[in-house]
Design a protein around this ligand. Structure first.
Ligand code: GTP
Ligand code: MG
Length: 298
């Protein structure tokens, strides 16, 4: 199994040639007891997709389990980053990986079995019918979730408030069960999102809607995670509220055209083509998180 050559051992990529035009992506941090059944379910679907897992050096054995499985299965590829670098930055890297490797479609979901892998073909069917972006909704008619108490209150109301403030025709903004046609999403639109944490999901949904993509929601059931513990830090609740207010005040499409030049440069630290411009004078590699000034052009 080839690994990206590179001087830095800080990010490991167990890579393989593309076997499908669809990439299913999931991020992991300590999902030892969930990841095997999840991979069995995805790789067993009639719709044949490649799978990318981005693991942030789990401490419970997930990393070793993934690397061993990827060595035996050419449909599984794994990137291990040097530490816990955030769910949002893992998703950005998943998108950038899909682009760099020529996939036509990407599907994303959580690795804790809260999302049902059987919903993947349902999302892909929606893309086949002409949607650019499909999202599983817990809040449209027919959708449901197992959260109770405070978590249910927060999730339900965050999505209601988002709909009300943003004036967008969507019922779900925060879940990661999504699918998109990569040719319909301008390069850089997702990879350059400023959030490395959970704010990524709201911001990306809003960018899709404001860019005029054809969006379709399908009802899903969101279950409680099967094993392990939640990774959401408490500050993310406040950060999410601030992000929602900013997006509501912004109220105009993001200029994603300029972002095209800003993604996919090779990282001088780890050698991988996943460097994005964060701010003027500041490039960051989504794989090893090396941060450098942009190379000067002649
Ligand atoms: N690579 C990576 N994955 C992460 C990180 N934080 C969370 N994840 C993964 O992202 C997915 C969602 O995280 P969860 O903690 O389940 O968040 P949630 O589903 O919103 O919350 P719960 O319902 O409490 O589980 C899981 O597959 C996590 O393992 C991170 O920093 N890096
Ligand atoms: Mg979860």
């Amino acid at each position: 199994m080839p690994k990206y050559p590179g001087p830095s051992p800080t990010a490991t990529c167990v890579d393989a040639a593309r076997t499908s035009d669809c990439l299913v992506f999931t991020p992991t941090y300590n999902e030892m007891r969930n990841i095997e059944p999840l991979l069995d379910a995805i790789l067993g679907l009639d719709r044949k997709c490649d799978v990318l897992v981005i693991d942030d050096q789990s401490t419970d054995g997930t990393t070793e389990q993934l690397i061993a499985r990827a060595a035996d299965d050419p449909r599984l590829r794994v990137i291990v980053r040097p530490g816990k670098l955030g769910i949002g930055s893992a998703h950005k890297l998943g998108w950038l990986y899909a682009r760099r490797h020529g996939y036509a479609r990407i599907v994303t979901l959580d690795a804790d079995l809260s999302h049902d892998p059987a919903d993947i073909p349902r999302l892909l069917d929606i893309l086949d019918k002409g949607a650019d972006f499909a999202i599983g909704s817990r809040y449209m008619d027919g959708g449901s979730l197992d959260y109770h108490g405070w978590r249910r209150f927060l999730s339900v109301n965050a999505n209601r408030l988002s709909r009300w403030l943003l004036r967008l025709p969507m019922t779900e903004y925060t879940t990661s069960l999504r699918a998109a046609r990569l040719d319909r999403v301008p390069e850089g639109m997702i990879e350059t999102i400023e959030h490395d944490g959970y704010g990524f999901f709201l911001t990306s949904a809003v960018r899709f809607a404001r860019a005029g993509l054809r969006i379709t929601e399908i009802p899903i059931h969101f279950g409680d995670r099967h094993h392990g513990v939640s990774k959401i830090p408490r500050f993310e609740i406040l950060a999410g509220a601030v992000n929602l207010l900013k997006l509501s005040l912004e109220g105009k499409p993001r200029d994603s055209a300029r972002a095209i030049q800003r993604v996919g440069n090779e990282c001088p630290d780890c050698g991988q083509p996943f460097r994005v411009l964060r701010a003027p004078g500041n490039m960051r590699c989504l794989a090893c998180f090396g941060q450098q000034a942009p190379a000067r052009t002649a």
